[in-house]
Design a protein around this ligand. Structure first.
Ligand SMILES: *[C@@H]1O[C@H](CO)[C@@H](O)[C@H](O)[C@H]1NC(C)=O
Ligand SMILES: *[C@@H]1O[C@H](CO)[C@@H](O)[C@H](O)[C@H]1NC(C)=O
Ligand SMILES: *[C@@H]1O[C@H](CO)[C@@H](O)[C@H](O)[C@H]1NC(C)=O
Length: 386
């Protein structure tokens, strides 16, 4: 979403972005910026009907309510703008969001993929528009023209769950509604490719009162008029989000200031897994095996069964600590079936410290990922477990 700069300033004020690391923090087209954390898996499925997910962050001063419908983004009074975003970036891929938008004049529900250099791919929803589903994009923060939005109809998007998808490659972007492509943007059609969104992006979702009294008239008009607060609350509900990352990685780095996709370095294999640099890129474990992941540390995987797995982490020596190890399980197709199934903490300063995890629960787990000190090491289990 991109409104007038006044609106952007207002949103920035509402969201002091403990979330961010937003684009405004560091634009890689102007200077060297920290690397972007990548989604290190091909697929991540978030089922918000099961509650909060650890792969997402909620914006400061905002609240998301979870129930059996999913994540509820509720605006009940002026100034509220409940927003969440992924903790990671993807570099081409696809997102599928099953959701109901909020209804009411001046209320804008949004799905935004956004990069550090202000490439952006959007879905926005205003139910007072005749065609309530807006698709839009921006390249490198170029807002000289606001002529790229295209609007589509949808049946009862506020009361019926629909799936809105963005399918994004280096050649084209497809926007889909319930699996049907409604819009395609080819690379060359975006200012000769220059303004084609092509750098690693985070996914943000939010609900905004863009028609609040404090907003500039143009923004209010765009948002379908002034908010009628007597109709509050205004609720957007997201049931689930499926994310596919075409280039799974630990991190992404802009190697120059062009903002071209060719300039993005994809950094893999836990190269930043250990501050001391002594952890191998990745380890491969078979069931009931022990694997050394640092000079004096090990992860042993035991009792891997269709219904669960147990992981023991052991750390020895003052120079290296495994710290926290959390385990997530994946089914054979690669989608996550459960996460944070076991956690251990090993104090690093104790030469002989060790700790054991609890059991996991994972249906048909075929692989485990072990998070060590915040970085991901992949453990591929030898056996396919169904
Ligand atoms: C910004 O976009 C416009 C078209 O909307 C284009 O004419 C212009 O060249 C772009 N600016 C830059 C710096 O690429
Ligand atoms: C691993 O150990 C568990 C019990 O600790 C056992 O039930 C299972 O069969 C073992 N798996 C393999 C592949 O040896
Ligand atoms: C391990 O996790 C606990 C609980 O989340 C946290 O308090 C602690 O700081 C973590 N330790 C490290 C070394 O990350």
């Amino acid at each position: 979403m991109r409104f007038s700069s006044n609106t952007a300033a207002f949103l920035a004020a509402v969201l002091p972005l403990a979330l961010a690391q937003t684009s405004t923090d560091c634009n890689p087209l102007e200077k060297t910026c920290p690397k972007d954390t990548g989604l290190n898996e091909g697929t991540l499925i978030t089922d918000f009907t099961k509650g909060e997910s650890k792969s997402w962050s909620t914006a400061a001063y905002t609240t998301i309510n979870y129930d059996d419908q999913g994540a509820n983004f509720v605006i009940s009074k002026t100034g509220q703008a409940p927003t969440i975003q992924t903790d990671f970036y993807i570099f081409f891929g696809r997102v599928d969001i099953k959701m109901k938008c909020a209804t009411g004049a001046g209320i804008v529900s949004s799905i935004v993929l956004e990069s550090d250099d202000l490439d952006e791919i959007d879905f926005e929803f205003v139910t007072t528009w005749p065609s309530p589903v807006e698709t839009n994009y921006f390249g490198k923060g170029n807002t000289t023209a606001y002529d790229r939005a295209i609007y589509y109809p949808a049946s009862n998007p506020d009361t019926t769950f629909h799936t809105y998808s963005v399918d994004w490659t280096s050649e084209r972007i497809n926007w889909l509604v319930d699996g049907t492509v409604v819009r395609t943007l080819n690379y060359g059609d975006a200012n000769g490719g220059k303004d084609f969104p092509q750098t690693p992006m985070r996914l943000k979702m939010g609900n905004w009162a863009a028609g609040a009294a404090s907003e500039p008239e143009g923004t209010v008009e765009w948002a379908g008029g002034h908010v009628n607060w007597a109709e509050a609350p205004f609720t957007m509900v997201v049931a689930s989000v499926d994310i596919t990352n075409a280039n799974p990685a630990d991190s992404y780095e802009y190697s120059d200031e062009t903002g071209s996709w060719q300039s993005i370095k994809v950094i893999k294999d836990g190269s930043n897994a250990d501050p001391s640099g002594s952890v191998p890129a990745s380890v491969t474990a078979s069931a009931n095996s022990t694997n050394t992941v640092g000079p004096t540390s090990s992860i042993s995987v035991t009792a891997v069964m269709p219904t669960g797995a147990a992981v023991t982490t052991t750390s020895q020596g003052a120079s290296y600590s495994m710290n926290n190890a959390s385990v997530s399980a994946q089914n054979p197709s690669g989608s996550m079936t459960s996460s944070v199934v076991a956690t251990t903490e090993v104090p690093g300063s104790n030469p002989t410290s060790s700790a054991s995890s609890s059991s996991t629960k994972s249906n048909g787990a075929s692989s485990l990922s072990v998070m060590v000190g915040g970085s991901l090491l992949s453990i591929a289990l030898g056996a396919l477990l169904i």
